[in-house]
Each structure stands twice: as C-alpha cells, then as structure tokens.
Write a protein that binds this ligand. Sequence first.
Ligand SMILES: [Zn+2]
Length: 210
Amino acid sequence: MKKAAILFMSIIMIFMNCKENDDSLNSNALIEDKNPEGCPDIFYPNWETSKHLLPFPVDQSYTIGRSHCYIPEHAAGSPDQFAIDIEMEIGTLVTASRKGTIMFVEESGVDYDQGANNLVVLRDEDGYFLQYHHLTQNGAIVEQGQFVEEGDPIGYSGVTGDADYPHLHFVATDSNWEYPYTSYPITFRNTSKNEKSLIQGQTYKALPFD
Ligand SMILES: [Zn+2]
C-alpha cells in the first residue's frame, strides 16, 4: 500500500514537471519569435560604416513595427526575412537609402483596397535592390530609369497591396527584386546604434550624413 502510494506520487510529480517544462519552453519561444533582437546566427554589417541611410529624411523619427525574423510575415527563411516595417502615416516622404537607378515603379494601387501593391525599386551601385512597398496611390516621385543620389525623395508611404496598416515595408534584396526574392541584412549609419539592424518597437531618428 505504501509502495503504491509512493509510485503514484512519483508519476504525478514526473507528469507535473514535464508539463511545467513544456509551458516555459512555449512561452519563451513565443516571446523570442515576436520580439527578435535581430535574427539569430546572422552576420550583420558594421552599422557605423554601413552603406545605407535610413529611408526617410534627416531629422525625422519613426518607430519600427515588424522587423527581421518577425513571425509569420518576416519569418526566418521567408523572402521577407530581413524586411523592416516602418510605421508611417499615409503621405510620409521616403528617401533613397543609397544612390542608384530606379528599376521599377507601380503606383496605381489604392490605399486600404488590398489591390495593387505600390512599389518603387532602386538598383544600388552594387547591383542589389532596395524596395519601397505599400506607397500611397500616385505616391512615386521618381520614374523608371531615373538616377537618384542618396537621400533623394523616392515617394510617399501608404497602405496599398496587402498592407494591414500604414507603414513602409522596406527590404533589400539580392540578384532578384521580384517576389519571391531573397532579402539580406542591412544596417544604417545615420542613426543611433543598430548592431542588429532596426529593432521592433524602437524609434530611430535620421541624422545628418556624409
Ligand atoms: Zn513588412
């Protein structure tokens, strides 16, 4: 009788212990997934010598929504793994993060319409692409084939395509700019410390640049 009671208690305790471990694992994973401090095990270029400027004008400050490796929209391994959502009201000016040539312009989409995704694609000097998604209707300032210097006006942000709230979806992609593209991690030199690029929930101000 006594042996049976001990065995029973042991089984209960083992069960409770397992359950506790499972719960703590799940909740940790959830927090990490929703608020990543950059993607794990990824090499980020030195932000202080980055070739990239924030994609908005000097002296402006904006807060970051979904950033690198945010699940599910920017999940690790997905095309938008290294995309950054910058929270902006419709009609906010966005600017060239590097100098280069405008490859593609779409501006027919209507805000909140879930139709065409208004997009400007800039091809930088290394042959990579910088993409400005969800711009407002007729929100492109540039034309295809136009050369832009860093910091030059690109267009006005909006909430077109599959955007669920007003923001700029900004993403750097390698040899292909059409979805499903491959994004890569970039940092920004004209703002505060961003060793693992821009972090969700933080606000960054664009500082004067050289
Ligand atoms: Zn996004």
